[in-house]
Each structure stands twice: as structure tokens, then as C-alpha cells.
Ligand binder design. Structure first.
Ligand SMILES: [Mn+2]
Length: 322
């Protein structure tokens, strides 16, 4: 992995930075943004971090998560360098219009559809943005403190399904081994990530599991689950409580693809698709105007849910026949 030289130059020469990441943030978005902010602070820079939806409850254990702001002073951005991490266009950080900044930088491991950014560092083969930030830190020769190590470890752990997914390379292990040497604690992080659920979140999962349907789609078996706005109301939860829920049906041996539909308006559905092995759900997501990786992709659509389900199952069937 080669860190662009111009990126290093700008990080060294500029003074004012705003780091932003995507709406509905998860571990890689938050951990990468905080770690990069801590690094820039060590280089004596003025840094702010913007994530529109703030830090979800389950990530409040991350060191220095209070650095994340949920408002952005768009006016002052004109004099600042904007660094977008774990996504690659202003729309994903919650902006529809044009964002004016001194210089724009994109650091991401998702495939891009738009060419946003004066400096673009995109590594679609990389397991997590956190991994890219790690290489960037090495290049900048900044000391990795225990707090930086913890944020990066969480970023990489979350995007690899805690080292279970296909993207878990030896490079991932070498990186997290170093992060453990630098002070990240795998046991403590695992308890915070996976054994610290609120009862209301657990109740939401129970509601979701009650909706489970398993469909035959050609040679593939597709698990479909649904979370409605009523379920959020009933359990006192919101979208930030659903992270990783789409992965749960993958527990079943027979399931090849899991699709979770989360309601986001009367007829609006956000679909999260997860698959095992070679089944590429990103191609299905793209047909619905979404995107993602081979084993994790998503899209947003509107309409009657039963019809959408049928369409998705049909498109997955064609995947199985390839
Ligand atoms: Mn990521």
C-alpha cells in the first residue's frame, strides 16, 4: 500500500483540518476519524472531527470520542483542509450541496462512483480505512499511543467482523498485533463491543429475529429480516442500535445471503446485504443504486416491501446462476 506523497506533504504543511465521516457511522468510520485526529494533534495541528449523527452509544467507550462534533461550521471550512474518511463524497457525510474548503482529501476503501477530492487515496482491496490510517501514521512517523492504537484496533476489528471475514489477511493480523503491542487491549475492546448491549437493543434484535424468512433463490438461500419504525418505537431504539444486525442470520449454516430491510420513512427502506464466500452482493446493490463490497453492500429504495423483497430474491437468483 502506497500512501500518496502529496497527502503526506499537505498533512505536514497545513495547519487547520476538519475530518469528517459518514452518516450512520460504525467502528471504522469513528475509529479512523478519531485516530487521525489524535495523530494530527500530535503534529500540533488544529483539528476538528465532524460526524453528522454523532457517536452511537455502543462506541462511547472509544478514547477521545468526545472530540466528535455533530455540527459543522460550513463557513470556516473555506480556510480548512477537509479530510473525508471511510466514504468518498460529501453526500455520504450528510451534505447535498457543494462544500467549499481549502483542500479536500478522501481516504477510503470503498469503490467510488464520483471523483470527489483534490487528493484521493482509495484502496478497495483494503479491509478497513483504519488499516490505511495505520500506514499513514507509519509514513508520518508519529508515535502510536495506546489511545490511537485502541481506535485503530476497533476500526479494523469491526470491518473484518472481528477477524472472521474473507478480508482478514495476514496483513490485518500483523497490523493489529502491532496495535496490541502499542496498548490496544483485545479483551477489553471485545467486552465493550460485543458484551455491553442495552436491554432495549437486545429487545430490538428479538423483534427483528421474529421477522426472519428464508427463501430459496436458485441455488442460494436468502435470509430476509425487517425492522420497522414501529419496532423502534416499541423498544425505544433507533437506527444506531442496528449495527451488525444484518450479519446475525449468517449464523445459520444454510444461509448464503442475509438481507435486512430497515424502514426509514412510510415507504422507504434501507437494505443491508451480507453474504458468504464468493457470492457478490455488491452487484445486486448496484442494480438498486447502492454499492459496497463483495460480502457487504447496501442500497436505499422506496415502495411496497413485499415487491422489493421479491425483486431482491430474483436478482440474487441470477447471482447464483453465474
Ligand atoms: Mn470501513
Amino acid at each position: 500500500m502506497k500512501v500518496p506523497e502529496r497527502l503526506i506533504q499537505i498533512l505536514r504543511s497545513e495547519k487547520h483540518f476538519t475530518i469528517a465521516s459518514h452518516i450512520n457511522p460504525e467502528g471504522d468510520a469513528i475509529g479512523s476519524a478519531i485516530a487521525l485526529a489524535l495523530v494530527l494533534k500530535r503534529l500540533d495541528k488544529d483539528v476538528s472531527v465532524y460526524i453528522r449523527d454523532g457517536v452511537p452509544e455502543i462506541y462511547k467507550f472509544l478514547p477521545h470520542c468526545d472530540i466528535v462534533e455533530d455540527t459543522l461550521d460550513v463557513g470556516s471550512l473555506q480556510k480548512r483542509v477537509l479530510i473525508i474518511v471511510d466514504c468518498n463524497e460529501p453526500k455520504r457525510i450528510g451534505f447535498e450541496g457543494e462544500l467549499k474548503c481549502k483542500t479536500s482529501i478522501v481516504i477510503d476503501h470503498h469503490e467510488t462512483r464520483k471523483d470527489y477530492g483534490d487528493i484521493r487515496w482509495i484502496e478497495p482491496a483494503c479491509a478497513a480505512t483504519g488499516l490505511m490510517i495505520y500506514y499513514l501514521i507509519k509514513e508520518l512517523r508519529v508515535v502510536i499511543t495506546p489511545d490511537i492504537a485502541t481506535n485503530l484496533y476497533v476500526a479494523i476489528a469491526v470491518d473484518t467482523g472481528t477477524f472472521r471475514y474473507e478480508n482478514t489477511t495476514s496483513e490485518v493480523f500483523r497490523t493489529v498485533a502491532d496495535l496490541v503491542d502499542k496498548g490496544a487491549s483485545p479483551g477489553w475492546i471485545a467486552i465493550n463491543l460485543y458484551e455491553s448491549w442495552s436491554t432495549k437493543r437486545f429487545n430490538l434484535l428479538r423483534e427483528m429475529l421474529n421477522t426472519l424468512e428464508i427463501h430459496n433463490s436458485g441455488p442460494l438461500k436468502v435470509a430476509i429480516t425487517v425492522i420497522t419504525e414501529d419496532m423502534f418505537k416499541k423498544t425505544g431504539t433507533d437506527a444506531s442500535d442496528t449495527e451488525d444486525f444484518s450479519n446475525v442470520p449468517r449464523i445459520l449454516k444454510e444461509v448464503d445471503v442475509s438481507v435486512l430491510f430497515r424502514q426509514d420513512g412510510p415507504n422507504k427502506w434501507k437494505a443491508s446485504m451480507r453474504s458468504k464466500g464468493d457470492v457478490n452482493v455488491a452487484t445486486v446493490a448496484k442494480e438498486f443504486g447502492g454499492g459496497g463490497h463483495r460480502n457487504a453492500a447496501g442500497f436505499i429504495t422506496e415502495g411496497d416491501l413485499e415487491k422489493i423483497k421479491a425483486e431482491v430474491i430474483d436478482k440474487i437468483k441470477r447471482l447464483g446462476n453465474n
